[in-house]
Design a protein around this ligand. Structure first.
Ligand SMILES: Cc1cc2nc3c(=O)[nH]c(=O)nc-3n(C[C@H](O)[C@H](O)[C@H](O)COP(=O)(O)O)c2cc1C
Length: 180
């Protein structure tokens, strides 16, 4: 698929068919997602794919702060990715101290790049996704038994799309750009 077309066409999908996504296909998508750039190429993003019904139910009832929109989306979801990252690496060079004013914020930045790369790779493979930021990261860590050195960046619900969402509006280039 043409990259620009793919970027422009990807939409958040919140309705999915009643079938799980094959785990081998998920591995292929994650394999592509590995090519997301990262601070110092530390590759701190981690991918925990949940396709177990009971665990998805727990994520929906305990992991999204009761946010109705997300609870509804997760109700019929067949797959949820817990996108986490390894803490304390991005932003540091050789010494064990952060070298920019953003301190450790670069790790969240890396996670965001991994999210978008994952969503685009999934879209190319015919899998719909929605990134969820209204979440309870500590509760989610507990539910999926995340390793101590990681923290949750976002949930990404994924599955075989059962809707074709309309195009969401974007600001004009003139509004968001300047040239010097
Ligand atoms: C960091 C982040 C957090 C988001 N959180 C949520 C969320 O909690 N629930 C949800 O339904 N959509 C969420 N979204 C999806 C946005 O609403 C969506 O990307 C935006 O409206 C643009 O629509 P599009 O993805 O179809 O282009 C989030 C997106 C991002 C990037």
């Amino acid at each position: 698929m043409d990259a620009i077309k793919m970027i422009e066409e990807r939409r958040s999908v919140r309705k999915f068919k009643d079938m799980k996504v094959d785990r081998e296909l998920m591995k292929e998508i994650i394999s592509v997602s590995r090519y997301a750039p990262s601070w110092g190429n530390f590759q701190v993003a981690r991918y925990t794919c949940v396709d177990d019904e009971a665990t998805i139910k727990r994520l929906s009832t305990e992991g999204v702060n009761g946010f109705v929109y997300n609870v509804d989306t997760l109700k019929n979801a067949k797959g949820v990715l817990v996108l986490s990252y390894v803490k304390g690496k991005s932003g540091k060079l050789d010494k064990d101290e952060y070298v920019t004013s953003k301190d450790q914020d670069w790790e969240v930045f890396d996670a965001g790049l991994a999210c978008q790369t994952f969503c685009l790779a999934a879209h190319e493979k015919g899998i719909g996704t929605t990134i969820m930021g209204v979440i309870d990261d500590e509760k989610i860590s507990e539910i999926v038994s995340l390793p101590e050195e990681e923290t949750v960046a976002a949930l990404i619900v994924y599955g075989h799309p059962d809707e074709s969402p309309v195009k969401t509006p974007r600001m004009a280039v003139e509004e968001i750009s300047r040239f010097i």
